[in-house]
Ligand binder design. Structure first.
Ligand code: SF4
Length: 376
């Protein structure tokens, strides 16, 4: 007996979800599914829909295995990690509250990554991001997902794959249940939903898989580089420069705008510039007190015009406090205070999707322009 047959008819009517079967052939659907949810090919995870008991199946993942999943006979869970490569990464939000996963999607968008929201089988949400084919380094994908989770204040959220690489032969990592399991689809579970349409399931799930935007390894590298994810601690301690020296050298993988602002000082919008510089220094692993010391030295280089004054130490402490006490990471690429210092050589400049992003959300004041003052 199918699971949905056990559901009361009234429940079926009120919760039924319209999901088109589409016009694609079975072969086309299998191809789309495999392009997104393939990992290890000789082992998969499954569970008993009645008891929820989980087990591992050491058998090749044939078309029949996938079809039995899609038709609701036996769930298929994918071990995403193959060696140290993956073609998908997922954040597993346990709670039903949709705000954290939606925030994740918005923040992923900020970095130029499209993420897709799946209502999981019983409770919570999976947010998926797909990589260029055949795969990318899992460690890079995981680093960027963890960055996004830190940004949104949910660093403890589980990430699949759970490791950067498999430890050796006979190790499989952890599986995650694949979407589109049989009758659950028609109950609005294990389906991709539309954040722009009240979280309703997309009417054509196959169209979602067909049109996924995949993040490339190069794009992951750029995000990792610009956010100092690779070696933040090593940079911060390598040669133990004084904060003033470190800041004025423009080291620590700072983007060109930050390097130039630090080297030349700024003529206006010093508080905003100070805030952005503090965000960069935080990302580079510089302790807050050293950042304040460095930015105080930097302020002496500023050259405000006319009767305007140089930013005070109290203002530097305030802006640095904003940067260090909340999960800001954006570069402020579209802010009037920053754009004069932008450089075409910056990796973010050549990131087409990032450049089309709306202005970032992470201003410390509710109205971004409130940070711009006429006296400095
Ligand atoms: S794109 Fe321009 S403003 Fe943005 S981080 Fe790079 S140099 Fe700075």
């Amino acid at each position: 007996m199918r699971l949905w047959m056990l559901v009361r008819p009234a429940f079926r009517r009120s919760h039924a979800v319209t999901v088109s079967r589409g016009s694609r052939t079975t072969a086309e659907k299998l191809k789309l599914f495999r392009a997104c949810f393939t990992g290890l090919r000789d082992v998969y995870g499954t569970y008993d829909p009645g008891t929820g008991r989980v087990r591992q199946v050491k058998q090749p993942i044939t078309d029949r295995v996938i079809l039995r999943h899609l038709q609701g006979h036996q769930p298929y869970g994918v071990y995403l990690l193959v060696g140290e490569r993956t073609r998908a990464v997922a954040a597993d939000f346990d709670e039903d509250n949709p705000e954290p996963p939606l925030e994740f999607i918005r923040q992923a968008n900020h970095y130029g990554i499209r993420a897709y929201l799946e209502r999981s089988k019983r409770k919570g949400w999976h947010v998926w991001a797909f990589t260029e084919l055949p795969d990318v380094a899992a460690g890079k994908a995981r680093s960027v997902v963890k960055l996004i989770l830190e940004d949104i204040g949910a660093p403890m959220t589980e990430v699949f794959p759970k490791q950067d690489r498999l430890a050796g032969n006979g190790r499989y990592g952890n599986f995650i249940n694949a979407p589109l399991y049989g009758s659950l689809v028609f109950r609005g579970r294990t389906v991709f939903v539309d954040p722009g349409n009240s979280l309703k399931p997309h009417p054509d799930q196959w169209a979602v898989l067909e049109s996924v935007q995949r993040v490339t390894e190069r794009e992951l590298d750029e995000i990792i580089e610009i956010n100092g994810l690779a070696t933040p601690k090593a940079c911060a301690t390598a040669s133990s420069p004084s904060p003033e020296t470190a800041v004025s050298r423009g080291t620590f993988g700072l983007p060109p705008c930050a390097q130039r602002m630090l080297a030349e000082g700024v003529a206006e919008n010093q508080r905003v510039a100070c805030f952005r510089l503090a965000v960069h220094l935080k990302k580079a692993g510089i302790p807050q007190d050293l950042a304040i010391a460095g930015l105080t030295a930097w302020a002496a280089k500023n050259h405000p015009k006319g009767t305007r004054r140089i930013i005070t130490e109290a203002e530097i402490i305030e802006q640095t406090g904003h940067a260090y006490t909340r999960p800001y990471r954006g570069c402020g690429c579209e802010e009037p205070a920053i754009t004069p210092y932008c450089n075409l050589s910056c990796p973010l400049k050549s990131h087409p999707r990032l450049n089309s992003m709306p202005n970032e959300k992470d201003n410390p004041s509710p109205e971004p322009n409130h940070r711009y003052r006429s006296d400095e």
